[in-house]
Design a protein around this ligand. Structure first.
Ligand code: HEM
Length: 504
């Protein structure tokens, strides 16, 4: 009997091992091979898949090599910031297969196909699942939600970003910029690392958009969230152990404590707002409190998403545009002349109507978004077996849309694609390139950036006020090193020399 039990155990262990080996074999060997074959028949090739790691080793190698040194003062940044795409595009063409471990991604940079994925057949694709640490950073809000819950939240939050609502923020935004510039002026002629200043400025604006009249309390909540993000970002750089975030380490305990504190503060804030409700505020908090089927947890997550999605993107856009204007002083002159003709030399804060007339400034901001898009790529996952153009894409395949690659493509933008030429936008965005949808810094379709109007308004207003008061050049310490850490940012900061105009 004992012997029988022994052999049953052996058989069980053997069968279990066999199942595990088979599963591993299918996931890491057989399936990738099958997928490679499927795409190769359609003419889509790529670097060969390696067991378990896919192309990760090569990708890391290519990226480290590309970012090992600053680059010349050129806008040809694709080889540096999306180096693996640039490298393999030359070998396999713009549509190729690349393996992130056993996960397959196909790069899609043809604007016609991108339109299909993001607009005309968007119901066939979904956002890919972010890794848990990224999710902790970006919050479980609009950016990552799917299906009915996403649609419900998007409907609730949208009025916050209608122009009629945003224009009410202009006086407050303008005051913050003027205060910042007064501090710069008082510092005399010194290098200013603009990216940090722009982050503070953007934080103020996002806080106002999210919390309206509860600005001070809201600021405290965002401060706690910023602390939590620092902890998560720290872990993101150091820890690769699955499940680590559940262990009671000092970092995790701090993170959980912060979580509780954030929730407690928000609950208090919500109660206070309900007591003093006037019903007319269209900030994120007010709209979410009024809506049905929204929990405190939902509000916490949307606040995180706002903070994450809004702060660094807009401050990066401001930083790159300032760097570009410092590199190309002739465009500063043109933008300043336009300001003079629209605002008549007044140092008042420009109105919404003034801003709408600043065509040259809009062209400059667009060219900055084209050359240095803060979000360099996005990903969608096929929800079923789908047809994309003439390609047959199996369910589960991830499609990588290299926004920065689309924006730097000679075939669409002409031989001067890597040059700073805002004039290409003089007849509008849809006529700037050979394809009307080749400019996608905010994505497109149903999941297009909800904060686009706010970002553009704040950027134009800030630059208009700066241009009205200062001329500026790159500081001698500036090193051109665009780098990606989730977003595109200058690796060694953005030191700029400002000279007050009245002192010229
Ligand atoms: C220059 C500034 C910005 C850039 C370049 C930018 C870029 C983008 C892009 C490319 C997407 C689409 C992602 C995708 O399709 O996968 C997106 C979505 C989003 N953005 Fe922005 N963004 C900016 C500013 C903002 C601001 C100021 C906010 C909020 C205050 C914001 C909130 C969001 C949210 C919530 C989504 C998800 C929308 C949805 O899926 O329904 N963004 N952004």
């Amino acid at each position: 009997m004992e012997e029988l039990l022994f052999w049953i155990k052996v058989l069980f262990v053997f069968l279990f091992t066999l199942v595990v080996v088979l599963k591993v074999g299918v996931l890491f060997w057989w399936r990738p091979r099958k997928i490679q074959g499927h795409f190769s028949k359609q003419g889509i090739r790529g670097p060969p898949y390696r067991f378990f790691i896919g192309n990760v080793k090569e990708i890391v190698g290519i990226m480290l090599k590309a970012s090992s040194q600053p680059m010349p003062l050129s806008h040809n940044i694709l080889p540096r910031v999306l180096s693996f795409y640039h490298h393999w595009k030359k070998i396999y063409g713009a549509t190729f297969l690349v393996w992130f471990g056993p996960t397959v991604r196909v790069t899609i940079s043809d604007p016609e196909l991108i339109r299909e994925i993001l607009c005309s057949k968007s119901e066939l694709y979904e956002k890919n699942e972010a890794p848990p640490l990224i999710k902790q950073l970006e919050g479980d809000g609009l950016l990552s939600l799917k299906g009915e819950k996403w649609a419900h939240h998007r409907r609730i939050i949208s009025p916050t970003f209608h122009m009629e609502n945003l224009k009410l923020l202009i006086p407050m935004m303008g005051r913050s910029v003027v205060e910042m510039l007064e501090k710069w002026k008082a510092m005399g002629e010194v290098e200013i690392e603009v990216s940090e200043w722009f982050q503070t400025l953007t934080e103020d604006v996002i806080t106002r958009t999210a919390f309206g009249s509860s600005y001070e309390d809201g600021k405290a909540v965002f401060r706690l969230q910023a602390k939590q993000m620092l902890l998560a970002a720290d872990a993101f750089q150091k820890v690769f152990i699955p499940g680590y975030r559940f262990l009671p380490t000092r970092r995790n305990i701090n993170c959980w404590k912060l979580d509780k504190e954030i929730k407690r503060s928000l609950v208090k804030l919500i109660d206070r707002r309900k007591e003093n409700a006037c019903g007319s505020e269209k900030d994120l908090l007010g709209l979410m409190i009024e809506a049905s089927n929204v929990t405190v947890d939902d509000i916490v997550e949307e606040c995180k998403t706002f903070f994450f999605a809004g702060k660094h993107t807009t401050s990066n856009l401001l930083t790159w545009t300032t760097i570009l204007l410092a590199m190309h002083p002739q465009w500063q002159v043109r933008a300043r002349e336009e300001l003079l003709s629209v605002c008549g030399g007044s140092r008042e804060i420009p109105s919404k109507d003034d801003l709408a007339k600043l065509k040259t400034l809009s062209m400059i901001v667009n060219e900055s978004l084209r050359l240095y898009p803060p979000t360099i790529a996005t990903i969608r996952r096929a929800k079923a077996d789908v047809e994309l153009g003439t390609f047959k894409i199996p369910c589960g395949t991830e499609l990588l849309i290299p926004i920065v690659g689309v924006h730097h493509d000679d075939a669409t933008w002409g031989s001067d694609a890597s040059e700073f030429n805002p004039g290409r936008f003089s007849e509008g965005v849809s006529r700037a390139a050979r394809h009307p949808l080749a400019f996608i810094p905010f994505g497109m379709g149903v999941r297009t950036c909800i904060g686009q109007n706010l970002a553009l308004l704040q950027t134009k207003l800030t630059l208009a006020i700066i241009l009205n008061r200062f001329t500026f050049t790159l500081a001698p310490t500036y090193q051109h090193a665009p780098t990606v850490l989730m977003l595109l940012y200058p690796q060694f900061g953005a030191p700029i020399l400002f000279q007050p105009l009245s002192a010229l």
